[in-house]
Design a protein around this ligand. Structure first.
Ligand SMILES: [Zn+2]
Length: 391
C-alpha cells in the first residue's frame, strides 16, 4: 500500500505540485519548485492567462479570425473529441465570440458511444457543421499493432499525429486560416516529453518493421508535409484557453445542463484505445501513471490540495471490463503474444528513427514559427530541445 500522505513519502518531490523525482527530466530549484511548475508560471505570464492582458490579446485574434474568413463559409476549425474542453470550445467559438467554426473529428474507430453522442448533441445544439475523417480500420489497427509489438509506449501516436495532419488538410481544403485547440495548460499541464514522443518518421519506421498491411489512406504527416503546411499554407494554431479564464468543472456542468452532454467517467476514457493506453498499457508495462499530469495541474491552479491530489493519484486505476479482451481481439493478438509484449523490457523512441534531431537543429526556425502560431508552442517547447528518453 503506498503512502497517501505526500509529506510522508520518501521521494524528492516538488514543494508546489505533486511531481516527484520519477517524472522524466524533472529538476528542482532552490525553493524546491519543479521545472514544470516554473514552465506553467512562465506561460501564464507570457500569455496573460485569465488576466486582462490575455483577454485583450485574444480579442485581437478573434477579430483577425473573422477578417480572415470574410466571404468564406467558415472562419476557423475546432477539433472535437467529445471531451469537455473541445466541446466547450465549440460553444465559446460560436456563441461567445461570434465565429463560424467547422468542427473536425478524427475517428480512429475506437470511440466510446458516449463520445460520439456528445459530439452530435453539442454540434446539433449549436448548429455547427461537422467534418469527420473515419480511418480505414485495417490500416489504423495495423499501425496500433505495430506500435504494441515494437515495445514502445506511444501506441496512440498515429491518432495524435493523424489528427494534427487532418486539421491541416481540412484547413487547406476550405481555405481556413485558423485552427482552435481546446488545450489548457492550467487544467492539464504540459505533459513531460518522457514516453510521449511522436512524429511521422517514428510512425513510418515502426510500421515498416512490425506492420503487415500497406498504408494508403492513413494521413501521415511527413516532415515535408509538416513544413509545407506551416510555411506555405500558413494556417495558425490558436489555443484560446491559454489566454482566457477557464474552469473545466464549470465547463462540464454547463455542457451537461445545456446540451445533455455526458461525462464519460474519467479523463481520457472517451476512446477505448486511450483507455487501454492510460489504464492498462502504461501502468502495467512501463510503471507509469499519467494521472499525475492533470492532478499536478489542478494543485497548481488551486482546485485541489497537494494531499488530496496525492491521495487520488494513489487510488486504483479504473479498468473497464473486457478492455484487454477487446484490444487483443481487434488487433489479432494471441494470449501468448500479448503476454510476451507486456513482459518484455520496454523500448523507447530513441531506439527507432525519428525527426527529433532535425527538429532540434531547426530550433531557431521553429521558434519563429511557434511565435507566429504556425506550429503549436507546445511542439517547440517539447520537441526542439535535447531530451533524454526514460530508461
Ligand atoms: Zn511542481
Amino acid at each position: 500500500m503506498q503512502n497517501t500522505d505526500i509529506n510522508q513519502v520518501d521521494l524528492q518531490k516538488c514543494s508546489r505540485c505533486i511531481y516527484d523525482e520519477r517524472v522524466p527530466s524533472i529538476y528542482f530549484d532552490y525553493e524546491g519548485v519543479c521545472n514544470y511548475c516554473r514552465q506553467v508560471e512562465s506561460l501564464s505570464e507570457q500569455y496573460g492567462t485569465g488576466q486582462p492582458k490575455g483577454e485583450a490579446l485574444f480579442s485581437v485574434m478573434v477579430e483577425d479570425i473573422k477578417l480572415s474568413g470574410r466571404g468564406k463559409p467558415y472562419d476557423c476549425i475546432v477539433g472535437v473529441s467529445g471531451g469537455t474542453d473541445s466541446s466547450y470550445l465549440v460553444y465559446l467559438a460560436k456563441v461567445k465570440w461570434g465565429l463560424r467554426p467547422l468542427a473536425v473529428h478524427y475517428d480512429n474507430t475506437w470511440n466510446s458511444a458516449i463520445a460520439t453522442m456528445n459530439i452530435h448533441k453539442v454540434l446539433n445544439g449549436l448548429d455547427v457543421d461537422l467534418y469527420t475523417h473515419v480511418v480505414m480500420n485495417k490500416e489504423a489497427d495495423d499501425i496500433f499493432r505495430a506500435f504494441f509489438l515494437s515495445g514502445v509506449a506511444e501506441i496512440e501516436a498515429s491518432t495524435d499525429l493523424g489528427y494534427a495532419y487532418l486539421l491541416r488538410k481540412v484547413a487547406a481544403k476550405y481555405s481556413i486560416k485558423y485552427i482552435l485547440e481546446g488545450h489548457s495548460f492550467l487544467e492539464e499541464g504540459i505533459t513531460p516529453l518522457g514516453r510521449n514522443y511522436f512524429d511521422g518518421k517514428y510512425i513510418q519506421s515502426i510500421h515498416r518493421q512490425f506492420g503487415r498491411v500497406k498504408i494508403n489512406s492513413y494521413p501521415l504527416m511527413t516532415f515535408s508535409r509538416f513544413l509545407n503546411s506551416a510555411l506555405f499554407h500558413r494556417v495558425k494554431f490558436i489555443r484560446p484557453l491559454w489566454y482566457i479564464a477557464y474552469s473545466k468543472e464549470n465547463a462540464k456542468s454547463f455542457l451537461s445542463k445545456h446540451f445533455d452532454w455526458r461525462y464519460y467517467g474519467g479523463h481520457h476514457l472517451e476512446n477505448r484505445m486511450t483507455a487501454f493506453y492510460h489504464s492498462i498499457y502504461l501502468p502495467q508495462k512501463f510503471g507509469s501513471d499519467m494521472r499525475n499530469n492533470t492532478l499536478a495541474a489542478r494543485v497548481r491552479n488551486g482546485t485541489l490540495s497537494r494531499n488530496e491530489a496525492w491521495a487520488e493519484y494513489n487510488t486504483q486505476l479504473m479498468i473497464e471490463d473486457e478492455l484487454v479482451a477487446y484490444f487483443k481481439k481487434r488487433l489479432g493478438l494471441t494470449d501468448v503474444q500479448y503476454q510476451q509484449v507486456m513482459e518484455t523490457t520496454p523500448k523507447n523512441w530513441t531506439n527507432y528513427p525519428t525527426y527529433k534531431k532535425r527538429f532540434e537543429r531547426l530550433r531557431p526556425l521553429f521558434f519563429l514559427l511557434a511565435k507566429a502560431n504556425l506550429v503549436p508552442m507546445s511542439f517547440y517547447i517539447k520537441y526542439c530541445f535535447p531530451a533524454k528518453a526514460p530508461k
